[in-house]
Ligand binder design. Structure first.
Ligand code: ZN
Length: 293
């Protein structure tokens, strides 16, 4: 079934894919992108060529590429009001498209325990967790920080934490930062029972799963493929299958950064087995969502 010579034939065969990592914005941010004062937003979207999409744009894209459902992330903001505004937009978009959009929300960058408690209220509104969250480095050093509180709340609520993770080496790009496997390791050891999705193949975290203790720490972590064609050779899929098993790899695009076709073509070039392809593009996500639903 993984025949990529004819895209139209291909999407006819696979039509229940789940994209586990996309972003949408309230049109307010798209229409006012030049005047939004938030250093994270500015670093990624001040360039007018950086793509932004509304929920309607996302649904049109999903229809075009045969994507059944998408896990919609907010970005992490420094500005509380902007963070809340886009959270509400995502929650409302999920109400508008209940069969297509699975909502995640974010906390402001330097969040407090009170912020965590407020976000937990949204779990009763169908929000599946927190993401894509960037964590402040100084929150990771202590075992008594708001991030440990967040992990315990998510565990108790049976919700997920989708984390932005960067590679410690390699080329620079907007959004690359110091939250690397090394920086995250202590926090992951303290929150093994909380289900986490490490974005962008976890900045290469899986490579250390050959270490017995790291394998145990990563035992409740999934790895998404968002933006992978920009980061790795197609061998990454089979390498990660060996290291953490294909059961924990989730197809994600980082839409609108890239289209589903770009990521799916990349997976196809990785010569994954048909069985693994089905797991990565929808079966793993379906199982995880059923577990937390
Ligand atoms: Zn992302």
């Amino acid at each position: 079934m993984c025949v990529f010579s004819n895209w139209n034939d291909f999407v006819c065969i696979i039509n229940n894919m789940i994209d586990f990592h996309v972003h949408v914005f309230d049109p307010f941010f798209i229409n006012n992108r030049d005047s939004i004062t938030d250093s994270f937003f500015e670093s990624m979207y001040s360039d007018p060529k950086a793509k932004m999409a509304t929920a309607d744009d996302l649904i049109a894209n999903m229809d075009e590429y045969g994507i059944e459902k998408a896990v919609v992330c907010n970005m992490t903001w420094r500005n509380d009001d902007y963070c809340n505004r886009n959270n509400y937009y995502i929650i409302n978009s999920a109400k508008e498209y209940p069969d297509r959009i699975i909502p995640l929300i974010t906390l402001p960058y330097e969040f407090t325990q009170l912020d965590v408690q407020s976000s937990a209220v949204c779990f009763n509104l169908g929000v599946m967790g927190i993401g894509e969250q960037r964590l402040p480095l100084h929150y990771l050093a202590s075992d008594n920080s708001p991030v440990d509180y967040l992990a315990s709340v998510l565990k108790d609520a049976n919700r997920i934490l989708l984390l932005h993770v960067s590679e410690p080496v390699g080329h620079q790009y907007p959004g690359k930062e110091k939250i690397t496997p090394e920086a995250l390791y202590g926090f992951l050891t303290r929150s093994v029972d909380t289900t986490k999705v490490l974005a962008h193949f976890g900045g290469g975290f899986g490579f250390y799963a050959l270490m017995k203790e790291v394998k145990q720490v990563l035992s409740n972590c999934y790895f998404d493929t968002a933006a992978t064609p920009y980061l790795y050779e197609p061998d990454i899929y089979n390498v990660m299958d060996k290291l953490v098993t294909s059961d924990r790899i989730l197809f994600g695009t980082d839409f609108p950064l890239m289209t589903p076709k770009k990521v799916l073509d990349h997976i196809g070039k990785g010569s994954v087995s048909d069985e693994d392809y089905k797991k990565i593009t929808h079966q793993n996500a379906k199982k995880l969502l059923e577990r937390i639903g």
